[in-house]
Design a binder for this molecule. Structure first.
Ligand SMILES: *Cc1c(COP(=O)(O)O)cnc(C)c1O
Ligand code: SF4
Length: 338
C-alpha cells in the first residue's frame, strides 16, 4: 500500500486551487518576472481566456520567454491570424454526434464530452471552439445518449472527455459512472484528462475511491507534452492512480516550440515511464483556428518520431497520428519517400 497524503486538513482542496488559478497574462508574466514587451501578447481573448493553475506556473522557469510550459498557455497575437485550412471544427465532430455530447466515430467505443470546463486552457486545443453548452450530455440530452448506447451493444468502451472530466465533482462523476455501469455491455471506462498533470491535488481520496469501486476496467489517458510538467506532486498523483488499479497512458500533441525535438520527446517518454505511464499517442496538431503557430510539417514530424524510435524501446515510442474526419481510426503518419 502506498500511504495516502496524511494530513488532508492542511491541504488546500482542489476546487479552491482551481478557483485561484491565474487568469491574466499580466499576472502570469509578473510571476515569471518577464517583461510583457518581450512577447506579443493577445490582449483580447475572452472566448478562450488564459487559465493556468499556480502549481503549473511554478514548474515554469522564471525569466525564460521560451519556456515550453509557458508557450502552451500564453495567448499570443498569432492566434488571431486567419490561416487557410484552419477552421472552428477541424475534425467535423459535429457531424459524428448521434446525440448532443456523444461522439461515435470508431467501432466499439464512443466518447462523451461531459463538461466544457478545464483546469488549464491549452492554446492549441482542438475543442477550443466546441459548442459545449449545446453538447453537454448532462442536461436533457443525457437520457438520449444512454438510450443510443443501449441500442448499440457493440460499444463496449465509453470514453469520458471534455473539456476535462475530472473538473467535475466526485458526486457528478459518480452519477455518470453509475448510470454507465448499469449498461452491461460496457467493459471499459476510459477517462481522457489533463488534470493529474496540471492539478495533481485533484487526485484525492474521494476520486481514488470512486475509481477503485468501478465494475468497469479503468483506463486513464493523461495529457502531458513536456517532461518539465512532471514534478514530484504529479508523480505522487500518478502513483496513487496506478495503485487504484487504473491503466495509465499518455497522449501528447506535437507542438512547435514546446516538444519539437527528438531529445525533448525522448526525455518525455522516459520521464512518463519513470512515473508509471506509457506513451500512447503523439498527435499531429489538428488544424483549429488560432493554433497555426504550433504546427509542425508532416515530414518533420515523421523524422522526429523516427529518431525517437531509434533511441528507445518500442513500448516507449508513441504512435504518431493525425485525425482525419471520417476515418475509422486515428491515422498513423507514415514515412513518405519523397
Ligand atoms: C480519439 C477518439 C477515440 C479514441 O480512439 P482510440 O484510438 O481508441 O484511442 C474515440 N472516439 C473519438 C470520437 C475520438 O476522437
Ligand atoms: S485540457 Fe484538454 S480539453 Fe482542456 S484546453 Fe487543454 S487540450 Fe483542451
Amino acid at each position: 500500500m502506498i500511504p495516502r497524503i496524511p494530513h488532508p486538513e492542511h491541504r488546500p482542496d482542489w476546487q479552491s486551487l482551481l478557483a485561484g488559478a491565474v487568469r491574466s497574462s499580466e499576472e502570469l508574466l509578473r510571476l515569471l518576472e518577464l517583461d510583457p514587451q518581450q512577447l506579443k501578447i493577445q490582449p483580447l481573448c475572452s472566448d478562450f481566456p488564459l487559465r493556468v493553475p499556480h502549481s503549473y506556473v511554478r514548474r515554469m522557469a522564471k525569466g525564460d520567454i521560451h519556456d515550453p510550459l509557458l508557450r502552451q498557455v500564453l495567448p499570443l497575437v498569432e492566434e488571431t491570424l486567419q490561416v487557410a485550412g484552419y477552421s472552428h471544427d477541424p475534425l467535423a465532430e459535429l457531424a459524428a454526434m448521434p446525440s448532443p455530447g456523444l461522439l461515435h466515430k470508431y467501432h466499439g467505443r464512443a466518447l462523451l464530452t461531459v463538461t466544457g470546463a478545464c483546469a488549464i486552457h491549452c492554446r492549441y486545443c482542438f475543442r477550443r471552439h466546441y459548442p459545449y453548452s449545446e453538447a453537454n450530455p448532462l442536461n436533457s440530452h443525457w437520457e438520449q445518449s444512454l438510450d443510443y448506447l443501449g441500442r448499440h451493444p457493440e460499444i463496449n468502451e465509453i470514453i469520458l472527455s471534455g473539456g476535462d472530466p475530472l473538473s467535475l465533482t466526485d458526486l457528478r462523476l459518480r452519477e455518470i459512472t453509475t448510470r454507465l455501469s448499469a449498461l452491461p455491455q460496457l467493459q471499459t471506462l476510459r477517462i481522457h484528462t489533463r488534470i493529474p498533470i496540471v492539478l495533481p491535488e485533484r487526485v484525492d481520496d474521494g476520486l481514488l475511491a470512486l475509481l477503485e469501486q468501478q465494475r468497469m476496467k479503468v483506463v486513464m489517458v493523461v495529457h502531458c507534452n513536456h517532461a518539465n510538467e512532471i514534478d514530484p506532486a504529479v508523480r505522487g498523483a500518478l502513483q496513487l492512480l496506478a495503485s487504484s488499479g487504473a491503466t495509465l497512458l499518455n497522449q501528447s500533441v506535437l507542438l512547435q516550440g514546446v516538444n519539437d525535438s527528438a531529445s525533448s520527446l525522448i526525455d518525455l517518454s522516459r520521464t512518463l515511464f519513470s512515473a508509471g505511464v506509457l506513451p500512447y499517442y503523439l498527435h499531429q496538431l489538428d488544424h483549429v483556428h488560432g493554433a497555426a503557430h504550433f504546427a509542425i510539417e508532416d515530414r518533420r514530424a515523421v523524422a522526429l518520431i523516427e529518431a525517437v524510435r531509434n533511441a528507445l524501446p518500442g513500448y516507449l515510442v508513441p504512435r504518431l497520428v493525425q485525425e482525419q474526419p471520417g476515418a475509422l481510426a486515428k491515422s498513423p503518419l507514415q514515412c513518405s519517400n519523397n
